[in-house]
Design a protein around this ligand. Structure first.
Ligand code: NDP
Length: 449
């Protein structure tokens, strides 16, 4: 029976590869989920009969569009925009927008696929989608960013709606970009439809805690993983890759819970500061002045800047990849484990390569995959939608408590599902199986969607 199911799943994976040529990241994300689904098909044969896996791997809708804009010198520029509406079985499509030169359909599809399962894990009524553009915000003036965002939204607006598709931020799309996007949506539609985008400024419909949510949530997830091992973050040495939104608020919560963060990075290099990262300085450099992390070492002479360095070579107890996909390889995972690392939680999406994941699972360290560990951002987005729908705004404390409860519940669900399906401690299997079952059951209930 198991052999038949395995062959079935391998056949589906080969079909996905053949139908989506060249989309390596999407193939990787699909494979990672499919590898967990053998025991699910054995328990729920109706999912195979109704071809639920094949349906889930095919997005409901994929939109690709031209984004023309003009730079400050008056030159015309053309970028490519995307929105992949993956699955709306449990709620409107929900997922961020990424502006980065590496963006192409395969990246957006991998992110949309991950998002669908992550959103299901939150227990909230949100489907999965993702979008973005191959636009590089680095080095652009505010006016250029505004013109780009306005042009991007001039096409995207027709596909959105608070009951249809609700984007948010991701890499390269923060408060400034969301403001321009929201402004253009309002101009075109003549509607102050707050619930159509999340991550808004707190003065105009945004939720408190959303800026902090992904990082804080990832740390709550580590706290829970350590709790079941009768341990805590107090006094632990931590390393956090990146120095963007997720990394900054991961560092903040780690420090609040008594951990010592000794390294962070950007795509040019690594900062190591043994007495602990000065977060106020990182915030100023990155959030206010939009400078490089190398500049940290000019303020703190006892910190080391390693140009082109590998952050995973820095010994730590807890590692939190919070930069980008495939940033932590099999070699890096072996180094971390050899250096005594016993917990890894992913703030970024799919930051660990399949070989790295295997190293962590074989070593039986506490390993929280992104779709569980970084779900705090989208969960708080759903809380923003809730506040917008009820014309309400909650306090920081109330919203953070809700985030904490959601992350604690996600941990419990993934932990218990892994036990139930015979793989105790395997959060990868727990997250994939629990979220897949939720989406699959909704698809079965809704009929032929
Ligand atoms: P940001 O753009 O705010 O920050 C990304 C950070 O990662 C920057 O410091 C960037 O440096 C660094 N980085 C990028 N590529 C590399 C690399 N190859 N090596 C080292 N550092 C690198 O993005 P976010 O913090 O929003 O997102 C980070 C990750 O978290 C992404 O995978 C995203 O999908 C995921 N995520 C984000 C959520 C959110 O709410 N924002 C929610 C859930 C997941 P540089 O400035 O040099 O490019």
């Amino acid at each position: 029976m198991a052999v038949v199911v395995d062959e079935q799943i391998e056949g589906i994976y080969q079909q996905v590869r053949a139908k989506n040529p060249g989309e390596e990241e999407f193939h990787q994300a699909v494979k990672e989920v499919l590898e967990s689904l053998g025991p699910v098909l054995a328990k729920y044969p109706e999912f195979a009969h109704q071809k639920i896996i094949e349906r889930i791997c095919e997005p409901e809708r994929q939109i690709i569009f031209r984004v023309p804009w003009q730079d400050d010198k008056g030159h015309f520029r053309i970028n490519r925009g995307f929105r992949v509406e993956f699955n709306s079985a449990i709620g409107p499509y929900k997922g961020g927008l990424r502006f980065h030169p590496s963006v192409y359909l395969g990246i957006i599809k991998f992110l949309g696929f991950e998002q669908l399962f992550k959103n299901a894990l939150t227990g909230l009524p949100i489907g999965g989608g993702k979008g973005g553009a191959d636009f590089d915000p680095k080095g652009k003036s505010d006016n250029e960013i505004m013109r780009f965002c306005q042009s991007f939204m001039t096409e995207l607006y027709r596909h959105l709606g608070e009951y249809t598709d609700v984007p948010a931020g991701d890499t390269g799309v923060g408060g400034r970009e969301l403001g321009y996007l929201c402004g253009q949506y309002k101009r075109i539609t003549n509607r102050y439809e707050s619930g159509v985008l999340t991550g808004k400024g707190t003065g105009w419909g945004g939720s408190l805690v959303l800026t902090e949510a992904t990082g804080y949530g990832a740390v709550y997830f580590v706290r829970e993983m350590l709790k079941v091992r009768n341990d805590s973050l107090e006094g632990k040495t931590c390393v956090v890759s990146g120095s963007g939104n997720v990394a900054i608020y991961t560092i903040e919560k780690l420090q609040q819970l008594g951990a010592i963060v000794v390294a962070c990075s950007d795509s040019n290099g690594v900062i190591v500061h043994d007495r602990g990262i000065d977060l106020a300085l990182v915030k100023r450099l990155k959030e206010v002045e939009r400078r490089r992390i190398a500049d940290y070492a000019t303020t703190h002479e006892d910190a080391r800047y390693i140009a082109g360095g590998n952050i995973w070579d820095v010994p730590c107890h807890v590692a939190m990849p919070s930069a980008t996909q495939n940033e932590l390889t099999g070699r890096d995972a072996r180094t971390l484990v050899a250096n005594g690392c016993f917990a890894v939680a992913e703030g970024a999406n799919m930051p660990t390569t399949p070989e790295g994941v295997k190293v962590f699972l074989d070593a039986k360290i506490a390993y929280g995959p992104g779709k569980a560990a970084n779900a705090g951002g989208v969960a708080t987005s759903a809380l923003e939608m809730q506040q917008n729908a009820s014309r309400d705004s909650w306090t920081f404390e109330f919203t953070e408590k809700k985030l904490d409860e959601i992350m604690t519940r996600i941990h419990a669900t993934t932990y218990q599902t892994a036990e139930e399906f015979g793989a105790p401690g395997n959060y990868v299997l727990g997250a994939n199986v629990a979220s897949f079952i939720r989406v699959a059951q909704a698809m079965v209930a809704l009929g032929f969607i």
